[in-house]
Design a protein around this ligand. Structure first.
Ligand SMILES: [Zn+2]
Length: 374
């Protein structure tokens, strides 16, 4: 991870870089801030900079052997500690058991939270912890000689999930650090750490990003159209992870719009055979997405009804939605809006009650044939 791959937070980056240049790296640092803000990435970029053998003025070189190993999260002097689950019938799981999964997870996820990790290791209802045995492993690893660099770095993700006994053991090394050994703690909830741990770490607090920074990133790195980027940046509260999640939600919306347009066009044209095919496609979506689609359709009907009153400030639609609605809205009027809404609500109810979804969507489309004629 290079510093320049991390969006914003320039003041903190400068401070971290300076600490390396001045050879004044605090031996234990606590990265905190809201989940999804990029704390782990920043800690990783910092570790890479410390280990880089050809450091540039403002970033790691990205090319030395050490940097190459960082790309695979496999530098031998970089150690990871993270919450894990006890596998069936075993006690005190530890991180090395999960190292292949963990590296794969880091490769595939730019920003993440604990739920993403849990979803990856397979069990959602279990409590992930950093177990007591891990503390012994940490001490063991750090008391060995380093392999390639003179520095050993231990990144602990979510130290708040450390069992108390483990935390107390760690505390001892934080009090009497080994030479050239650095701890980077990355916490979503520093308040719940032992105060003794907190007081022995130097704070690196990350603030939410400005809306404008998120907007720019969405446009330049994620290819989001500007108007939409403004929107997403506004609702993401400065958290880049949320913004990215919201792009996916907008993609879903586009798909729903396509389905909605198809449904209305087919019903208007009385194209029964294609309507049947359409219901089959929707039936393949899964119940949750079907419900989301029906809710989306209700919103579209409401928006189209309002559009007839020519009060654009009351409309909340994306550009493609407006394009379709400018032609479709005359068909949504005082005579049929209520019935269309009822039809959509009823379908949603039936989906919730597990009625055969092919039938639900086909019947619904049939009703639209009549309703659109009114
Ligand atoms: Zn390098």
């Amino acid at each position: 991870m290079l510093f320049r791959e991390i969006i914003g937070h320039n003041d903190i980056k400068q401070r971290l870089i300076k600490s390396v240049k001045d050879n004044h790296i605090a031996h234990a640092q606590l990265f905190s801030g809201l989940p999804g803000i990029g704390k782990f990435r920043l800690a990783l970029a910092y570790a890479q900079y410390i280990h880089c053998t050809d450091r540039r003025d403002d970033d790691s070189c990205g090319q030395c052997n050490s940097c190459k190993k960082y790309r695979k999260f496999s530098h031998p002097d970089l150690h990871f500690v993270f919450p894990v689950l006890n596998k069936k019938g075993k006690k005190d799981a530890y991180c090395d058991d999960y190292l292949p999964e963990w590296r794969l997870f880091l490769t595939h996820n730019e920003y993440f939270d604990i739920n993403d990790w849990l979803a990856d290791i397979g069990t959602e209802n279990q409590q992930a912890n950093i177990f007591t045995r891990e503390a012994d492993e940490i001490i063991k690893k750090l008391s060995m000689k380093s392999y390639e660099s003179e520095y050993k770095i231990m990144i602990i993700w979510l130290p708040e999930r450390m069992r108390e006994e483990a935390a107390n053991k760690i505390l001892k090394i934080l009090e009497e650090p080994y030479d050239n050994t650095f701890f980077l703690l990355v916490s979503d909830d520093p308040e719940s750490l032992l105060t003794t741990i907190r007081s022995r770490t130097q704070q690196v607090f990350m603030r939410p990003l400005p809306e404008e920074t998120i907007r720019q990133t969405l446009v330049s790195q994620y290819g989001v159209e500007n108007a939409q980027a403004v929107n997403i940046a506004h609702i993401s509260n400065g958290i880049i992870y949320k913004a990215i999640e919201n792009i996916n939600i907008s993609e879903e919306k586009e798909y729903f719009l396509t389905l909605f347009m198809q449904m209305m066009r087919l019903a208007y044209g009385r194209r029964l055979k294609e309507m049947k095919e359409w219901s089959e496609e929707v039936a393949g979506l899964g119940r949750e997405r079907q419900k989301m689609f029906l809710q989306y359709s209700q919103r579209m009907i409401r928006e189209n009804f309002i559009m007839n009153f020519r009060t654009p400030h009351l409309n909340y639609m994306t550009l493609p939605e407006i394009n379709f609605s400018s032609r479709f809205s005359p068909f949504v009027n005082e005579g049929n809006t209520e019935q269309i809404m009822e039809t959509l609500e009823l379908a949603e109810q039936h989906i919730t009650q597990n009625v055969n979804s092919k039938m639900v969507f086909f019947d619904m489309a049939l009703r639209f044939i009549m309703l659109l004629k009114q």
